[in-house]
Ligand binder design. Structure first.
Ligand code: G6P
Ligand code: MN
Length: 445
């Protein structure tokens, strides 16, 4: 079984490789193809993987290429985790917005639209190549903004494209853990869009345990979400939101937190990742050690703007990881026809009432050899439904803007985003992004 990773020189690729090394099933990935546009980064990650493989006789064979068609030709699974415009682009996504006083974040708010706009043409090109070179392949998309990118790619590849994220599973895991429930025996009534969902029920032994959790501030405070939103707010809305909802419920604090720190997340990563790739270039024999060290620091500082100074992340969250586990479980369920349930970004159909059938939503699914099937989700009502509908409208406008190269549609999308508070600001955002990010500007030329 062959797996192709797009963004194969990316920093998180060793996590996927580690998960592959742990897979002993006879029907497993035995061939890994890394693709990246940057040869140097590919070389560094290749060093890390070789050091990880030492002592594993059954380790998958690894090859690396900068030729996309070569990487895709005849493959069985594709994971995509690319970053168009690199981390420099991410810092622009953030800074252009922050300079205008609105949220500057890579996936949420105007930054996510800027990231989406420049990524969509690349993602659609990849989808067309996959349709031609690997029409039977399953495509697992981690590329952010994952919901929007998955939805656009589905116009070419249909349900063979699925989007994944670690955050809903992380939330479910924390909630279940707080109550001492077994993860495998718990069903998560979680639904919404990527980075915009709510846990509304937590079913084990045939009943919903979420009210129990919501009634216990002490238990809520053992979870990242309890500390982020405060038990009282969770009790008020009667659900546990995805951590990314912090940017909606506490917009001012989030903006102030990011503006008040010496560097944005993108700036921190630009610096620390550059250090890592350079250091491995200088000392390739230390590739894996350097990777472990850099990864620990990255995980510990994740979403630091949402925590008070000195407050550390849960050791379990830092160690828990996640997206590589979701990706591997998804591949196993499809390849081995082992029915599994998981939270995925898939075509809505009728799972979430109030959204179009072809809208991509993040919901519980059952997966087997035929792919994922969304389960009918706990319906969204009230403010979550309103918010999801508005953000989905904005995502759909952004996809059309990229497909048609339309400034007018891009402006409409930015202006209608709930975190952009004026049409004038939206105009300034679009101008700023076009000036700072050539790949984004190219969408309109
Ligand atoms: C979580 C999200 C991902 C996102 C990542 C950012 O894992 O689910 O979608 O890419 O955080 O982490 P970073 O270390 O790049 O800030
Ligand atoms: Mn995510």
């Amino acid at each position: 079984m062959r797996l192709t990773i797009l963004g194969g020189g990316g920093f998180r690729v060793p996590l996927v490789y580690g998960a592959l090394l742990g897979d002993t099933h006879e029907q497993r990935v035995d061939e890994l193809v890394l693709h990246d546009v940057d040869e140097r980064r590919l070389g560094v990650i290749d060093h890390v993987l070789r050091q990880m493989a030492a002592g594993h006789p059954g380790a998958p064979r690894v090859s690396a290429t900068t030729v996309l068609d070569e990487a895709l030709d005849g493959t069985d699974f594709v994971f995509s985790a690319i970053r168009v415009g690199g981390l420099e682009g991410r810092t622009c996504d953030e800074r252009v917005a922050l300079d205008l006083g609105v949220l500057g974040q890579e996936t949420t708010g105007p930054g996510g639209l800027a990231y989406g706009l420049r990524t969509l043409p690349v993602a659609l090109d990849i989808a067309r190549r996959v349709a031609r070179l690997a029409p039977e392949a399953w495509f697992i998309n981690f590329t952010n903004p994952a919901g929007m990118i998955t939805q656009a790619m589905q116009t070419v590849l249909g349900d063979r494209v699925m989007g994944i994220c670690d955050s809903p599973l992380g939330l479910g895991r924390r909630a279940a853990h707080a109550l001492g429930l077994h993860l495998d025996a718990t069903r998560f009534g979680y639904s919404g869009l990527n980075h915009l969902g709510w846990l509304q029920t937590l079913v084990a032994d045939g009943r919903d345990h979420l009210p129990e959790l919501l009634a216990r501030p002490d238990l809520l405070l053992t979870t990242e979400e309890g500390r982020l939103f405060g038990p009282e707010w969770l009790q008020t809305i009667g659900a546990i939101p995805n951590e990314y909802l912090y940017y909606y419920y506490f917009t001012r604090e989030a903006i102030a937190g990011i503006r008040g720190s010496a560097e944005t997340r993108g700036e921190y990563l630009l610096r620390s990742q550059a250090d890592f790739y350079r250091a491995v270039g200088d000392a390739p024999e230390r590739a894996h050690d350097l990777w472990v060290q850099t990864r620990r620091a990255r995980d510990e500082t994740y979403m630091a703007e949402a925590r008070s100074e000195g407050e550390e992340r849960d050791a379990a969250d830092v160690a828990g990881g996640g997206y590589e586990g979701v990706a591997l479980a998804l591949m196993a369920a499809i390849a081995r026809n082992e029915r599994a349930s998981m939270l995925l970004n898939v075509r809505n159909g009728s799972a979430v009432p109030g959204l179009a059938a072809d809208a991509v939503v993040e919901v519980p699914c059952v997966v087997d050899a035929t792919g994922p099937q969304p389960l009918s989700a706990v319906p969204l009502t009230g403010h979550p439904l309103g918010l999801v509908q508005q953000v989905k409208a904005v995502e759909t406008l952004t996809i059309r803007a990229a497909q048609e190269g339309s400034e007018r549609l891009a402006l409409e999308a930015l202006a209608l985003h709930p975190l952009v508070d004026s049409v004038t600001t939206a105009r300034l955002l679009l101008t700023g992004y076009r000036e700072r990010i050539p790949a984004l500007d190219a969408v309109f030329r």
